[in-house]
Design a protein. Structure first.
Length: 73
């Protein structure tokens, strides 16, 4: 049962990959759609990316402070 599900998912992924490569190499996608997706993925995600970078930076500062305090810096 698990093997059958895995093979079905693998086949679905194969069909998806073939469809993607067909669209990429034949050039049958609209430039407007591409620009809209680039805007959505890039510009509209800056808030989330900046928030994650801020919290990652805070964690790094906490770790570096504890490390440097061992050496008296």
């Amino acid at each position: 049962m698990v093997l059958l599900t895995f093979l079905r998912l693998l086949g679905d992924f194969g069909l998806f990959a073939v469809g993607v490569f067909r669209l990429v190499f034949t050039g049958r996608f609209s430039q407007r759609s591409l620009l809209r997706q680039m805007d959505r993925v890039g510009v509209q995600s800056l808030t989330v990316v900046n928030l994650c970078a801020f919290f990652i930076g805070m964690v790094l500062v906490i770790q570096i402070v504890s490390l440097l305090s061992r050496f008296g810096a």
